[in-house]
Structures are given as C-alpha cells and as structure tokens.
Design a protein around this ligand. Structure first.
Ligand SMILES: Cc1cc2nc3c(=O)[nH]c(=O)nc-3n(C[C@H](O)[C@H](O)[C@H](O)COP(=O)(O)OP(=O)(O)OC[C@H]3O[C@@H](n4cnc5c(N)ncnc54)[C@H](O)[C@@H]3O)c2cc1C
Length: 657
C-alpha cells in the first residue's frame, strides 16, 4: 500500500483563493438549476436575499438539454394530474413517491408556458387538424398554449417543439433573473461558469446542516469557496461509470451527457443526505452507435421495432415474460420493453430493427408531397437537434434510413432521476399532499438541513423530463429562499481555506512530484492517471454489476466480488494524479462516479428481486417479489469510514389504481 499523499504545495503553486458569500447557492445550471434561479429571484430579490449559480460548463449549452430537444416530454394539458401519477408509477414498476410526482404534475405546465413566453417555438395543431411546427404556428399567429393553443402531442404527455435552441432560451431567463438578483443585492458576481464543485461543506457546529461548497475553475488557477445558508444540488445524473458500448475512436460517446458524473449523488451522500432507489438505472434502447432518439419515431411517426425476422418481440415474448413478471408485463413500461428486446437478442434473433423506412412510406399514403417533405425534414431534424452523431453513423455506414431499417441497441446503464429512471436523493414532499413521514419542513429539502435538490438529483419520482426538472427546480428554489428567511445564520466550516486548497489540488502536486520517476509519465508506481482509473471502474461495473457484457445480469456473488474490487479502486483513487486543470476535473469526476457507482452496487445487492427487468437482473432472484420488496430502498454513506447503510422505507400508495 502506498503512503497517504500530502500536499504542501512544494511542487506546484498555490492557487488563488476566491471566497464568495451568498444565501442560496445553486449548484448546476441545467434545467433544474435554471428553474431554481428563475424562481428564487422572484422571492429573494425583494427581501435582499442573495442567489448564486455555479456550473462546471457554460450555462447556455450545459446539461442534458445542451444539444437541443425536439419534444417536451411532460406536459399535462387537459389530462388529470392523477393520471400522470398513474403513468409514472406504472412505468417505474409500482414504487414512486406519489406526493412528489403529483406536486410536479400540478406545476409543470406553468414552466412550459413560460418557455413559450421566452421564445421557444411550440408546434400547434390547426383547426383543420394539421400539424404546424413552431415557426409555422407563429407565422400563422396561432395562440400560445397559455391562451388555448393546441399543442401537437406525440404521445399523451409529450408535445413537439422546435428545440434546437431550447437550452439557450431557458438559460437566458435564468441569467436575467440572476442579474436582477445581483443588482438587487449589490454583489459583484453571482453566476460562476466553468467552476467544478467537488464537495459540500457541512456546518462544524451542526454537521447535519449545510454551510457551503468548494470547487475550482477548470480554466483559471483558482479555488472557489462558497459560503451559503441553503444549497441546491442540481448537478444531474451519472454517465460513464459502466463500460460503454463505444470503443476506440468512438470512445466517450454515450447517450447521457458526458459531463454529469454522479456529482449530485456523491456530493449529497458525502454531506450525509439519504439516497433512494439507487439500484434503479436507465438503459435506453436507442439507434445503435449514434444513440439517436427513438421517441418521436415510436410516438409521432408510428414506426415499428422488430427482431431480424420481422417479429414484434413484445408480442412473441409476452407469455414468457408474463410468467415471471405477472401484472407488470401489461401496460408495458420502458424497462419491460427492453426486457423483451434483450430476450430476442440473447436468443440470437437480432439485430433489432426500427422500421424507419416503412414508417415514412406509410405516412406518405395520407399526406401531400409537400407535407411529406416537411415531415421528413422534421424526422431528420430530430436527430440533428439531439444527436448529430447519429447522422454521422448513417453516413459512415452508407445507409439511408428512409429506405432501409435502422438497428436499435440497449445502451450501457446510466443513473438519473428525471427520465425513465428514479435514482436520487430522498427529499421532503410538499406537505399538503401525502403522508406525514414524507414531509420534513421544506419542499424538496434533503435529509441535510438547508440542502435541496431537483431534476435528475431527486429520486423516486422519474418522468419529469426537461419541463418537470425546470418546474421542480422552481419548487426547490422557492423553498430554499423560505429556508433562508427562517434560518438567517451562516454556518462555520471545519476546514481552513488552506486545508481545502491542499485537498482539491493534491492530484496536481502528486503528478508534479512523481512524474519524473519513470520515463513514461503514464506508468508510475506512485500514482494512477484518471483515464486509467475510469477504465478500471468501468470494467468492474460492467463485469460484476450487470453491464452490457453480461446482458445486465448480476447476482449476490458477482456483486460481492465486484464490491471487493471496488474497495481497491477506492484505495487507489486516493493516488490519482493530474497534469493540468483538465485532468484535475477528470480526477474529481472519477471521485464522484466511484461513490455513485458504489451506491448503485450496494442497492442492487440489498434488493433481493429483479424489480427492473431490462435494466438489470439479479440472477439469484429473477422475479418481482411485491410481498417483500414493494418498498423504497434507502441508504446513507458514512464518509469517516467510507461505508454504506442500506435499509427499507415504506411505500404509500396515494392515488388509487
Ligand atoms: C439524451 C437525452 C435526451 C432527452 N430527451 C428529452 C426530450 O426529448 N424531452 C424532454 O422533455 N426531456 C428529455 N430529456 C430529459 C432532460 O434532458 C432532463 O430531464 C433534464 O435535463 C434534467 O435536468 P437537470 O437540471 O437535473 O440536469 P441537467 O440538465 O443535465 O443539468 C446538470 C447541470 O449540472 C452541471 N454540473 C454537473 N456536475 C457539476 C459539478 N460537479 N459542478 C458544477 N456543475 C455541475 C452540468 O454542467 C449541467 O449544467 C433527455 C435527456 C437526455 C440525457
């Protein structure tokens, strides 16, 4: 075992230390963070309460919506909110926090109406039933959604948009709100971009309370220490902790945005917050290699997916799946659909095809040539908006998807709380809806006092998507302001500024100190570089915790073996080295990924059933066991001895079937 590393800044310079004091600290400027900034400003500025937002990237194009989207996946419209809860519950295999989902359902449309006010073009249905894209609808002076305009629904809850600049529109409103707050509170700066936050800081006099956060600039040689009364974790989900399907020159390509490295779960856990359903993951079945979106193809263009023999695998595999998973096979949800696909792939009936060719030709039967051209343009724009690499894959493979079917493939696993998954932090509900045990004072506050979360960060309440994450960010942002009004004292840090600087920059000191020990700085007995560490983590996760190489299969014995290796990974992670600021970012991302990954494995080990077939399987408990496991699985992390405690919490059904 190597000696513990020390950083006395003997080999590198000390960074400039910037200390910033604020009341509400929003970490992450994605959909949830932008929603929080917008809403917090409305309540904070008149009270002189300061709001600050920090993002590791540039807020205009950061997070999962960075490239743009072509549909808003959560819009309630004329549907009863209760039905939205039923849909989320059914897709997430019966266990959700119905108070959180109901609460979201009643606010989400307000965010969508704001998006349209801010300039997001929303598709509309004309009086004669034709679909107009957002620009056509604006040209035809069609009323906004708020004023009764009819959206174009691609599914019951999804509406179409011209969304290539979606994130820019949302970010602009957030930045204006921050600027308003900056002026109202007379501070120099309250929006920090390209600052990676590595950990939260608890109050030394009350460690169950939040006091701040620490991070560093990925561009300038600076350490940032933030002091706050309330903080909000809105740093998204977790990608790249499993070995991906992409290899060699395509390595790094993933469905989930590559900058969300599990920071939300790791920072929350290290600060003492309770996690929920961390065994859950999302395995998107997407166009092979390019990860192109399938939603519009299934829902709007009515394309069919089959095995190589033209069979609908959801029909042919129904009886076999029903025998294992009973009622969960009916009203087939996202993971169950994957399960049927995986059954065929394992039986050698692949490749699986999406019949893009037939879908467009069929639509052509009822459309004029001009309408068809327009629809086709929209179909391709769907890819250019969200996943331009898909167009690259098609071109590289010399295929025209309007003429031949395209392959689908279930991806490597991701953890998230806002798409078709529900891993995340355990937070308080709204208080006016749901049992008492789901409410502890402030809506969306975690079990750490003053620490809030939203979007992918909050568990047990998936299917929020972009609009819901924004709406949940607004709810959390407003609650955080209320918390600051009730709790006006700042906490104190246990760590000095020097301690924090030494800790954050240690990997750079390590590299500078030992780099000349060998002729190749990549191979060194004193340290490991972050790229290698990431590969080690991905290999263990893939081979033992149910990655693509075992068709998502794992078991108690496999998990325990994997966790043994995770122990070594954690030990070696203390010796990661960084040559520059970019590598320093990679080091701390790995640190977050490792903790998030360990939580994932511990939860899968704890839940002795296969609740989410098609996402993962416990080979030793292949079925669903409602009698023992229709409950939440929660956990806490003790950072002093690096151990997990996993336990059950009651699930309460609030909305009847
Ligand atoms: C490929 C894909 C397609 C999707 N398609 C749709 C769709 O068609 N329709 C729809 O409505 N929704 C869709 N969604 C869902 C939607 O994008 C998410 O629900 C939403 O973006 C989640 O919001 P968030 O704020 O939690 O996370 P994000 O929007 O991802 O934001 C996270 C933010 O945190 C920052 N960050 C991360 N770590 C740190 C750190 N340590 N320090 C500082 N900052 C940090 C990131 O830079 C980012 O700005 C899609 C998601 C994905 C991944």
């Amino acid at each position: 075992m190597l000696d513990p590393k020390v950083n006395n800044f003997e080999y590198i310079d000390k960074p400039e230390i910037v200390v910033h004091e604020t009341d509400v600290l929003i970490l992450g400027g994605g959909m949830a963070g932008c929603g929080a900034a917008y809403e917090a400003d409305r309540w904070a500025s008149p009270q002189g309460i300061k709001v600050t937002l920090v993002d590791k990237a540039a807020t205009d194009r950061s997070g999962a919506v960075a490239m743009g989207l072509s549909a808003i996946n959560t819009y309630i419209g004329k549907n009863p909110v209760e039905d939205y809860v039923r849909y989320v519950r059914q897709d997430l295999m019966g266990i959700i926090r119905e108070d959180l989902v109901y609460d979201l359902g009643r606010w989400v449309d307000d965010s969508v109406h704001l998006f349209e006010d801010w300039g997001l073009p929303v598709w509309k249905t004309s009086d004669d039933g034709k679909n107009l894209d957002g620009h056509q609808a604006a040209k035809a002076s069609m009323p906004s959604l708020r004023d009764g305009g009819k959206p174009v629904n691609s599914g019951r809850w999804q509406i179409m948009i011209n969304g290539e600049s979606y994130k820019v529109v949302i970010s602009e409103a957030a930045k204006l709100a921050l600027e308003n707050n900056r002026k109202a509170t007379d501070v120099e700066q309250n929006h920090f971009e390209r600052v990676f936050v590595i950990k939260l800081l608890n109050d030394k006099n009350d460690p169950t309370k939040i006091a701040g956060a620490v991070g560093f600039s990925v561009r300038d040689y600076k350490l940032y220490i933030f002091k706050c009364k309330a903080a909000m974790l809105a740093t998204g989900g977790c990608v790249n902790f499993f070995r991906g399907r992409a290899t060699a020159e395509g390595q790094g390509r993933a469905w989930f945005p590559v900058w969300n490295a599990g920071s939300n779960y790791a920072m929350g856990a290290e600060a003492g917050a309770e996690l929920v359903l961390m065994e859950n993951r999302f395995v998107p079945a997407r166009f092979k290699d390019g990860y192109g979106p399938v939603g519009a193809w299934f829902l709007l263009f009515k394309a069919k997916a089959t095995n190589a023999f033209g069979e609908d695998y959801c029909k042919t595999n129904y009886d076999e799946a029903k025998a294992l998973y009973g009622k969960y096979v009916d009203n087939i949800g996202t993971c169950m659909r994957n399960h049927m696909m995986i059954m065929d792939m394992k039986a050698g009936k692949g490749p699986i095809f999406m019949h893009t060719d037939e879908a467009l030709q069929k639509l052509g039967e009822t459309m004029t040539k001009k309408e068809m051209k327009h629809l086709e343009a929209e179909a391709w724009e769907d890819f250019l908006d969200m996943s331009i690499s898909q167009a690259g894959v098609w071109a590289a493979n010399n295929m025209a998807p309007e003429k031949v079917p395209s392959e689908l493939m279930p991806a490597e696993p991701y953890m998230l709380g806002s798409h078709a998954g529900c891993a995340g932090l355990w937070v308080s509900g709204p208080g006016d809806f749901g049992p008492e045990e789901y409410f502890w004072g402030y809506n969306r506050m975690t079990t750490v006092k003053g620490l809030f979360s939203a979007g992918d960060g909050v568990g047990a309440s998936g299917h929020k998507f972009s609009s819901g994450s924004h709406a949940e960010g607004r709810v959390a942002g407003k609650s955080a302001v209320a918390y600051c009004m009730d709790n006006s004292e700042f906490g104190e840090f246990a760590e000095t500024e020097e301690d924090l600087a030494a800790e954050v920059f240690m990997p750079m000191e390590t590299f500078a100190k030992f780099k000349s020990y060998t002729t190749d700085p990549n191979i060194n007995p004193n340290y490991i570089r972050p790229a290698m560490m990431q590969q080690r983590l991905q290999k263990v996760m893939d081979e033992y915790m149910g990655g693509v190489s075992t068709y998502y299969m794992t078991s108690k014995a496999m998990l325990e073996t994997g966790l043994k290796y995770m122990g070594f990974i954690k030990e070696d992670a203390e010796h990661m080295a960084a040559e520059n600021l970019h590598e320093l970012l990679r080091v701390w991302e790995n640190h977050h990924r490792i903790i998030a990954a360990e939580a994932h494995a511990q939860h899968i080990l704890f839940r002795e059933e296969s609740r989410y077939p098609g996402y993962y399987y416990r080979g030793d408990f292949l079925g669903i066991d409602d009698e023992n496991w229709k409950c939440f699985t929660n956990s806490t992390y003790d950072k002093s001895n690096k151990t997990w405690k996993v336990f059950k919490r009651d699930y309460h059904q609030i909305i009847p079937d």
